[in-house]
Ligand binder design. Structure first.
Ligand code: DLL
Length: 435
């Protein structure tokens, strides 16, 4: 099975533009009539629904931000009557209130289609056994992949996150062929399999559907090696629709956006002006088909780039977005230098004496100077080595970090298994400057 929906996934640019234009015009009308907060934004600049004739007019429309969702907590941004909402999800940001979204029956069906398409992009079909270790609940990861996998017709195991040894037993006994979880949890599962002395040949795993947090190419290779699988990147956010907003096909440039549902733009985060293809900027989405909580020009804070060329790997015409390496707001500025956690991870993944996926970044200020400490777990076999050897490892990391980040970091090596483990999204950064 090459495509889930060949017509949409290989549509010509002109046809896609026509579809998006039609959907945008009807969305703007609906929002104007049913979403008072957005109507107020349009009124403030004197914009009427009839001023929007097609997707080319999208830049006339005001942006929406997380602050709008927070100000209208919990249900004030819904554009459908509460009687039509059949499910809510929510995500907790790093600060403040939950962001709540409401879905109608059709929203859930559309979402399942996105995830079914995503699974097929990764090479899955109805013969697969899909083990879902994303959390089930208010978080969108578990239920999103779950519905997509069922729609595809694959046997679906709703394992949810946690209790790693039990997960491993289920993976082995049920013969799961696909594992869906956060990349950091995939690393934990891989490490536990190694520690338990289990043989990969006792498992039938072939593919992994990993997302919900930034992860580097190096981490991808490490997960592939540890679990003997091919790892695919899945992207999404609750505000837009959870996992399946975009998905990698295994090609080497980016993730295909389900652009008949979600219209992507990249803007300069300072000027908010659109940037050319393949140029980094802030990713902005408009939900073209949603009913419960449609959003127009929602600023994701994620950094990406777009590429409209037809994909030579899979033949899809769906626009690609570059894998998200960080957010405009998890970017650390250390003594004026911009640092992304993904850069730190890349350095760590190439050092064999440590467990590269277990690290924590602590940022503080001493006097007027920013300080950055990176705590990393030593590999168990190195932990028992003599102090001189361990000090050498520490210096080596410090040196590589300086070379790659352009700013110094204090490296602290800690004993194996001493940093907090994550079964979902990992908290990597403790920024004491903000406390
Ligand atoms: O994380 C939805 C999801 C679940 C995606 C399972 C993929 C798999 P939120 O909790 O609302 O939703 O968090 C959304 O997570 O804005 C990104 O910053 C980050 N993120 C999600 N997927 C990726 C990815 C889910 N593949 C926020 N790469 C987004 C990098 C990602 N960052």
């Amino acid at each position: 099975m090459k495509y889930y929906d060949e017509k949409i996934e290989t549509m010509s640019r002109d046809e896609m533009t026509a579809l998006q234009s039609e959907r945008l015009c009807s969305l703007v009308r609906r929002m104007y009539d049913n979403a008072p907060y957005y109507r107020a934004k349009m009124d403030a600049i004197g914009l009427k629904p009839e001023d929007i004739h097609g997707i080319e007019d999208i830049t006339k429309l005001p942006f929406t931000t997380k602050a709008d969702l927070r100000a209208n907590y919990p249900f004030g941004c819904f554009a459908a009557p509460k009687s039509e909402i059949v499910r809510v999800h929510a995500s907790s940001g790093t600060t403040g209130k939950l962001t709540v979204v409401g879905l109608t029956k059709r929203d859930i069906e559309d979402w399942a289609v996105c995830d079914a398409r995503a699974l097929v992009m990764a090479g899955c079909d109805r013969n697969d056994i899909v083990h879902v270790s994303y959390g089930y609940g208010l978080f969108t990861g578990g239920l999103g992949l779950h519905y997509g996998s069922e729609l595809l017709g694959s046997m679906t195991v709703p394992a949810s996150a946690g209790n790693t040894m039990r997960q491993i037993t289920l993976l082995k006994d049920f013969g799961a062929t696909v594992l869906a979880c956060t990349p950091s949890y995939a690393m934990v599962i891989g490490e536990e399999i190694e520690k338990a002395g289990l043989n990969l040949s006792d498992f039938k795993l072939k593919r992994g559907i990993f997302g919900a947090e930034p992860w580097s190419e190096d981490m991808k290779r490490e997960i592939e090696r540890k679990l003997g699988i091919e790892a695919y990147d899945i992207y999404g956010l609750s505000e837009i629709s959870g996992p399946g907003v975009s998905m990698s096909c295994g090609g080497d440039w980016g993730l295909h956006v389900m652009e008949d549902f979600f219209y992507p733009e990249i803007v300069d985060p300072e000027t908010l002006q659109p940037v050319p293809d393949k140029t980094d900027g802030e990713l902005v989405f408009t939900t073209l088909n949603k009913q419960g909580i449609p959003l127009i020009r929602y600023r994701t804070r994620d950094i990406s780039a777009l590429n409209h060329e037809v994909c030579s790997h899979c033949g899809r015409t769906l626009v690609r977005m570059k894998r998200v390496s960080g957010r405009t707001d998890d970017m650390l500025i250390i003594r004026g230098v911009n640092v992304f956690p993904s850069q730190i991870e890349s350095v760590l993944m190439n050092i064999k004496e440590i467990v590269g996926s277990h690290y924590q970044i602590i940022v503080d200020r001493a006097g007027n100077l920013d300080t950055m400490e990176i705590q990393v777990e030593l590999a168990p076999e190195v932990f028992s080595d003599e102090v001189r050897k361990i000090e050498e490892v520490r210096r080596h990391i410090e040196h590589d970090m300086m070379g790659n980040l352009g700013v110094g970091a204090k490296i602290t090596l800690v004993s194996p298994d001493s940093l907090p483990l994550s079964t979902g999204k990992t908290v990597r950064i403790i920024d004491k400057r903000k406390q």
